[in-house]
Structures are given as C-alpha cells and as structure tokens.
Design a protein around this ligand. Sequence first.
Ligand code: COS
Length: 383
Amino acid sequence: MALDPETREQLISSVARFVRERLVPIEEQVSREDRVPDDIVQEMRDLGLFGLSIPVEYGGLGLSMEEEALVCFELGQTSPAFRSVIGTNVGIGSQGLVMFGRPEQKDYWLPRIASGETIASFCLTEPGAGSDAASVRTTAIRKGDVYVVNGTKRYITNAAKAGAFTLMARTNPDNKGAGGISAFFVPSDLKGITVGKPEKKMGQQGAHIHDVIFEDCEIPAECLIGDREGEGFKLAMQVLDRGRLHISAVCVGVSERLVRDSVAYAVDREQFGQRIADFQMIQAMLADSKMEAYAARCMVLETARKRDAGQNIAMEASCCKLFASEAVGRIADRNVQIHGGAGYVADYAAERFYRDVRIFRLYEGTSQIQQMVIAKSLIRAAG
Ligand code: COS
C-alpha cells in the first residue's frame, strides 16, 4: 500500500461522498445532455482523481493497484461516464509514459496529467486493427529529427479534450507484426492531427469517442516513448494488463450499485399483496447478483495485490476482466428484470445502466480476447 491506513480511508470515503452527493444526483442530466459539467470536472481535479496512478514525485497520489481498485469500487457506484473523465489519465493514456517514458518526458507531462491540466488519450485501435492489435497500419516514418505519421485511429476516448496521445504506430513497415510497432507520446496540437466528430453510442452518454486522423503529421523524434523503436506493442499490452484490472474494478463498483438498486426496488415494490422481495424467485436473482459482485471484488483485489507484489498478472487481469464485465452484464439484466416494466422505461436508472455496462465486455479487449489470453497462457505454461 502506498498510503497509510488513515489517509487511504479518508481518500476512499471522500470519493464515496463525492459520488453520493455530487454525481448520483446528476446522472440523468449528464445522460440527457451528453456532457459532464465543468464544475464537476474541477471537483475531480481538486480531489486528485486525475493523478490516482501517477507517482507522487510527479504530483500524483501514487496509489498502489489495490488502492486504485478500492477507489474504482467507489467511483463505479454511479454512471460509468463519470469515470471516463479521469479514466484515460489514470490508465491507458498515461501508463505507457509512467512505465517506459524517458525522464524528461515524464518531467514535462506527468505533472500536467496528474493535475488534469492535460488529458491523455490512448490511440491503438484503428478501422482495421481492433482485437488484432498487432496489425496497426498507421505509420511513423523517421525523417531526420521527426517521424512523419499517417493513419486513422478509431473510437478514441476523450480525443477531443486530449492535450496528448499515447500513439501506437508502425515505424518499420517491413515488419508487419508486433515488432514493427513503436509507442509515442504526442502533443495533440501538432499540424496534421484532426479529431473527428463524437460517435453516437449505445450508452455512457457524457463520455465521448472519436476518430483521430494523422496526415503527414511531423512529430519530434523525442516523442518516442523509451529509447528504442519496436517496443510499442509490448508497451500497449502491459498498459492493457493494468487497464483491464482497472476496468474490472469499475465493473465491481457498478455491480454493487446495481445490487443495491435491485434490493431497494424489491423491498419497495408490492405485488400480490406483499413486497416482491419476499418472493423466492426475486430472492434468487438478488442472491445471484450479490454472489457475482462479491466474487468479482475478491478476484480484483487478489490480482491487484499480486501486481503490487511485482508479479506478472497478464492472465489474471484477463480472468478479472472476463468475469467482472460478464457478471455486471448479468447483474444489470437482472436489475431490469426485478424492476419489471419499469426497468425498460428510461425514467429509471436500470434502463440506462443496462446500456452503459455493455461496453465493458468490448473495450480493452473483448471477452473472447480475454479467453484467448487466458487459454494461451495455460497452454504455454504446460509447454
Ligand atoms: N505483456 C508483455 N508482452 C506481451 C504481452 C503482455 N501482456 N502480451 C503479448 N506480449 C508480447 C509477446 O510476448 C510477444 O513478444 P515476442 O514476439 O518477443 O515473443 C509479442 O508481444 C506478440 O505477442 P502475441 O504473439 O501473443 O500477439 P498476438 O498478435 O497474438 O496478440 C492479443 C495477442 C490477441 C492478446 C492482443 O492482440 C490483444 O490483447 N488484443 C486485444 C487488444 C485490445 O485490447 N484492444 C482494445 C483496444 S485498446 S482500448
């Protein structure tokens, strides 16, 4: 643990209070307006949420993975769109730099990312490279002191607000595989970068994804993360190992919120002359949801502790992501079921969450990719 128990408790309880008092009351408004208000973003900055995972020497909170998971359990208790505001700074947008950046890159960018002054986005996915992340077609060709970048990145979270991108591009077009890819940390205001319009999505209104188009964009050679070309795919995979755990922790938070909503509705709603919570078929749904939320919580904490102890958790992170994201899908579905007709009506949170959680099974690796990672790891271990 990075924090002493008292400071940790204070952080977690202030995040819980912020969620309860400031975020939950405006969930519906954010969904309707498709926008998180600026004063809320400022409060997130003041709470230090943009810097959860940035080392203390760069102005972040420097949380351990376990502590980050505990914060995500709280932050997940409201619309996941709020988490998205800070999500890329805490996770995939910054961690390549934290893990592999050169000192001068870190000195310049990390304090800005930690404070929320700079939003950092992660540019891996392309129109033709999603699950097959090693097939990136965007090129970055070295010409003197610059790399010339050409290509399109797709569904990039927070791209329109980003001050910088962690960019994966092919520096060696002769190597079509993972080894031809390098990672860069690129300011977003360079000539030749265009951000597309926000996509219309199924859920999580208030969080936005865009295309990012690079056209003969000249980026200074020192934007390369680390000292060597060809390390970008491995960097992306290690960033995703961690990101998958972070998303799993968010899934746990949302699951716990939905269990609470299900119980609240079941004890309030009456049918056949009694509250529906007294019917065993409703009880079975409540119990299954609680069981799955609890199992996911235990998995995430166990894996986070292993990562904090320096172990390779690539396989376990995929186990967490697979289980927690599928579980929250089932829990959101049961929550709708328990709400009956009201669960289908947009006046209730059940309908919104049902749509919001669908993405968890897709981004940072689909459930099928997690299955592949787990199975490959088992088979490799067996020789
Ligand atoms: N940590 C470190 N290195 C890793 C790694 C990890 N977690 N996973 C793979 N690598 C390394 C491998 O060791 C291999 O290195 P060597 O060539 O030196 O042996 C290299 O990366 C290529 O690995 P592999 O052959 O397993 O790559 P594949 O092309 O088969 O792809 C999957 C592996 C499918 C797991 C990967 O492409 C993936 O995660 N896809 C999903 C991407 C994703 O999450 N997209 C969402 C968009 S980002 S929001």
